[in-house]
Design a protein around this ligand. Structure first.
Ligand SMILES: Nc1ncnc2c1ncn2[C@@H]1O[C@H](COP(=O)(O)OP(=O)(O)O)[C@@H](O)[C@H]1O
Ligand SMILES: Cc1ncc(COP(=O)(O)O)c(C=O)c1O
Ligand SMILES: [Mg+2]
Length: 286
């Protein structure tokens, strides 16, 4: 069994951050150690929420407890996502150093959630800067959406070819794998949801149909996507297999959510389809 220390948000109602990734990662056969950066009532795209950002020392305090029982060495990967403050980012890098010291083969998978005020994804000040400066060089795998790719690289990205070039510029600074989780306007077609998986040697492109959710598009899709990619890679699946699985699995969740007329991702209802998707989309090597 692979063990994943998953450091991101927790929402009590609905699905975002760990509340979107934890159950699907477990359903795929990984052990998850959820460490929550915030505990909010609901995700921020409702426009209002209650709850608390954990103090920065909370993260290292919990990890110290795990180190004290000598279990840090069994951690195979640290996954980070939505942060409650930029200080928490620094604490996560300290945790990554500790985990890698205990297990030199452990990976750091960073989903650089930077916020998207127009969409209502609100992230604390300094978090975007933290990712550009500090998490990028420390990560083994990074999973930006298009906006985050542009912020991390400082370049605007208008085409798929530019997205590959810019992903390789990021790779030159640290990570070995870049997942562009949502190509959006830089994709080939406006009627498809497209992703890219890039390493120094390979680049893979994939797309799935868009489903019409109107203006209330489900949140937590990025967190679900990142978690599932990490599990696939930890299981030793190839880049192509991993990209095809996450595309189909997330599509199944979107279909089920749409079918049930819900706004929150229907992860429990779609759990068997996450493990064994009936849809298949072929990744294309670029
Ligand atoms: N097949 C699909 N059809 C329609 N919308 C989708 C589909 N897959 C994902 N989405 C939407 O695309 C958006 C992706 O969000 P974005 O901010 O670009 O990246 P991230 O995944 O990091 O959040 C979400 O609003 C999600 O609901
Ligand atoms: C609390 C919280 N966590 C995580 C996210 C990130 O969600 P997504 O996977 O859609 O990027 C959001 C987005 O609004 C959020 O409010
Ligand atoms: Mg996101």
């Amino acid at each position: 069994m692979k063990n994943i220390l998953a450091i991101q948000s927790h929402v009590v109602f609905g699905h975002a951050g760990n509340s979107a990734a934890e159950f699907p990662m477990r359903r795929m056969g990984a052990n998850v150690w959820p460490l929550n950066t915030v505990q909010f009532s609901n995700h921020t795209q409702y426009g209002h929420w209650t709850g608390t950002v954990m103090p920065a020392s909370h993260l290292t305090d919990i990890v110290k407890g795990i180190a004290d029982i000598d279990r840090l060495k069994s951690c195979d990967a640290v996954l980070s996502g939505y942060l409650g403050s930029a200080e928490q980012g620094e604490q996560i890098l300290e945790i990554v150093r500790q985990v890698k010291q205990a297990n030199p083969n452990a990976w750091y998978f960073c989903d650089p959630v930077m916020g998207h005020p127009e969409k209502g994804c609100i992230v604390a000040p300094g978090v975007a800067e933290f990712h550009c400066k500090s998490s990028l060089p420390a990560s083994d795998i990074i999973a930006p959406n298009l906006l985050e790719l542009e912020m991390l690289s400082g370049s605007s990205v208008a085409t798929m070819e530019e997205a590959v070039t810019v992903s390789r510029q990021l790779i030159a600074q640290g990570p070995k794998i870049v997942l562009v989780k949502h190509l959006a306007r830089a994709g080939r077609r406006s009627d498809r949801f497209e992703m890219l998986l890039v390493t120094a040697q390979e680049a893979w492109h994939i797309s799935r149909p868009l489903i019409d959710f109107g203006v209330r598009q489900p949140v937590g899709v990025g967190d679900l996507t990142s978690g599932l990619l990490l599990v696939n890679l930890l299981k030793g699946e190839t880049l192509k297999q991993s990209l095809e699985h996450i595309t189909a699995a997330v599509y199944e969740v979107m279909l089920k959510t749409h079918e049930m007329g819900e706004y929150e991702l229907q992860l429990v209802a779609a759990q068997d389809r996450i493990a064994q998707p009936q849809q298949h989309f072929a990744a294309e090597k670029l």
